[in-house]
Design a binder for this molecule. Sequence first.
Ligand code: FAD
Length: 433
Amino acid sequence: MAPDHKTLEILLHGVGGIRYLLPSSKEFDTLSCGYVKNSNTPLVIFRPKNENEIIFCVQFCISNNIQFAVRVGGHDLYGRSTVSNGATIDLRDINYVNISRDRQRARIGGGILTDTLLEHLEKDGLMTPVGGVGTVGYVGWATLGGYGMYSPSYGLGLDQIIGARLVTSHNTVLSADQQLLKVLRGGGVGFGIVVELEILVYPLQDSLPAQLSLHPALFNLPEVGPTWMTAFEWVGPKTKDYQIWLQKLSKHNLQIDVKTTTPLQHLRASTAMLPHSVYGRPQSVCISHWTPEAISILGTHGSNMPDQHYIGLTIHQLHGRACELSLLPNIWMNRSPHFLVEILGFASSIQDADKAIAWAKDFRKDLSAVNTALESSYIAMTDPSFLNLNRIYGEEVVKDLKRLKMEYDPQGNFNHIILDVQEREVVMGADVE
Ligand SMILES: Cc1cc2nc3c(=O)[nH]c(=O)nc-3n(C[C@H](O)[C@H](O)[C@H](O)COP(=O)(O)OP(=O)(O)OC[C@H]3O[C@@H](n4cnc5c(N)ncnc54)[C@H](O)[C@@H]3O)c2cc1C
């Protein structure tokens, strides 16, 4: 049993200089709020500043029987970075960036947000692939896969990971060996707390490889209603290829607004279009290509979309270098070109959430039945009730993951995680619907 509030306050006198916040603190609500709101309220939020403080927090929780979850950006879509009546270990104060002398690698703090990362790199004339939203935590994004507009040019987020340091439940900090690095590339963080990643970085100049990314989306625009829009994102200089693609687009009678930008400016512009937080539950489906049937499902559900805010759909595309087999060992199985359709069953109020959730579920059901739908799904965006690890990773990899879990976290202290090989045993093999 976790201690009650009074006992906890007494115990917390022993944590020395480690910053913590109780529900009575002014900043508590802001700091505990995630992107998708949920009813989990932690007893305490820790804000460790370094590895030793993280070790202390983990030990404090284990020895006082307090469940804990790790949080960075708070963008897990299913509330897995908070635990009711438990502790949140919030890493956001560990957000350094140390660039190597050869300017090809960087060591980054495990609590860094993607905006902060790009801000540091851009000051040094560098960049690295990121997703579309600056408030997402880099470690959570990259270790689970990491789709984004730069993946056709540089590979996925996981393809950038070349080193990691972790605090495990054995109370040590270890440098990940090759087998741990392999599962961190695509398996997320289930074996400990990632205090540092070493990643690949690239020059931010005209030498960027040129690639086009299409980013279609459906949103309910105020006074306009459901509207399809597509961002054409060209990563690189204005080469001949760029001109050819621009001409192709011009033929479609589209109003084209061309903006030259930097990765950081682009990230900030797309983040600014999103609400700070939402209610609801998203769904996702991966499909290999668009058939008339799949397109008609988009049309039908798009026009049935409840008339409310924050609901919608976005489509990520995997192509280019992200589809090449990475030289770095990893457990990502979904390298074939595909589209990740993210169905945003979101609402601005709790009252509207049920309608949005039901719309997203129906949409998913129909789209996942088309013959180009992939069996595998993107773990970060898979509703836990549809999660099937064997389909995502294959049985052999799941066995390896279980073995590693027993090695690094035999007591199951890191349980509030996305890749929960222990709990999933009950669900595996069946698509619970
Ligand atoms: C608005 C929005 C936009 C998104 N855009 C994209 C996108 O463009 N591409 C894409 O691929 N995905 C995208 N995602 C999915 C996102 O990448 C994942 O949900 C990611 O895991 C979020 O990480 P976080 O740190 O922000 O969230 P958190 O909720 O803080 O963390 C997510 C999970 O990772 C664990 N974790 C995080 N950091 C650490 C660490 N250092 N050590 C140990 N455990 C850790 C947490 O415990 C939790 O289980 C998006 C999600 C949202 C809500």
